[in-house]
Design a protein around this ligand. Structure first.
Ligand code: ZN
Length: 155
């Protein structure tokens, strides 16, 4: 277990596409464990491997119910559209308004290689799933924003 360094604004790796995990080996399992520790310490809702400098399609999401490990996550379908406030551990102290789907259905592999489905996710879970899969495609939070949040708006 280790706390990894989180890549911050301006690092070009954040714009790179991550590669699918072909085989869930010791290195992937260690990465999952280290990312869980790192996310817990940073108190974020999600972390993609690219944010710790590793271009693999590996994500941890924790929206308050404990960490969920996602390997090769994919969005299958979305419904609706809403504006949400969003932040990112790679952009400390920056908040934006983005358009995100109301409902998201997705899938991923767990650490045992079993396919897991997430049907009609809503709220922060749906948002985090979209945010983290964006990271895997080299998109960052500041791409396609509605607007920046003004100072004092969230207080
Ligand atoms: Zn992020």
């Amino acid at each position: 277990m280790a706390i990894l360094n989180i890549v911050k604004t301006g690092d070009d790796i954040l714009k790179k596409r991550s590669r699918p995990v072909e085989k869930i080996d010791e290195r992937v399992l260690t990465l999952l464990d280290d990312m869980k520790d790192t996310l817990a310490k940073a108190q974020g809702a999600g972390l993609a491997a690219v944010q710790v400098g590793i271009l693999k399609r590996v994500v941890i999401i924790d929206v308050g119910d404990g960490p969920i490990e996602l390997i090769n996550p994919e969005i299958i379908s979305t419904k609706g559209n809403r504006e949400v406030y969003e932040g990112c551990l790679s952009f400390p102290d920056v908040w934006v308004v983005k358009n995100r789907p109301v409902k998201v259905t997705g899938k991923a592999l767990d650490r045992n290689g079993n396919e897991i489905y997430f049907k009609d996710m809503e709220g922060l879970m749906a948002q985090a799933f979209c945010h983290e899969t964006d990271h895997l495609d080299g998109k960052v939070m500041l791409d396609d924003i509605v607007r920046y949040v003004e100072e004092g708006e969230l207080e």
